[in-house]
Unconditional design. Structure first.
Length: 97
């Protein structure tokens, strides 16, 4: 199996897409795939023992990669509510033990 892909959403709200698995790579460091083109800011945090890299782009896309578990999430945000909702969903991710 390559990786697990899918989407988390609520009607009328933000849509968070994910790609999880070793073959998914690291979206925040893939220069040729375009995920971080037009990068506005980047931050790195440790969450529940996992390193998470968050990138926000000019296209209003938030991209988050959990390095140790090869989990990538991304969403296009239209406003601050979308940003908050997407980060709440994404940062609740916990890798299987």
């Amino acid at each position: 199996m390559d990786s697990t892909v899918g989407m988390i959403w609520r009607d009328g709200g933000v849509r968070v897409q994910y790609d999880i698995g070793e073959d998914a790579g690291n979206y925040t460091e893939c220069k040729w795939c375009g995920w971080t083109d037009g990068e506005l800011w980047r931050t790195r945090q440790t969450i529940d023992g996992q390193t998470a890299v968050c990138v926000f782009t000019k296209k209003q896309t938030i991209v988050v990669s959990f390095l140790e578990s090869h989990a990538n999430f991304h969403a296009t945000v239209r406003n601050s509510r979308d940003m908050a909702d997407s980060l709440l969903v994404i940062l609740s991710y916990r890798a299987p033990k």
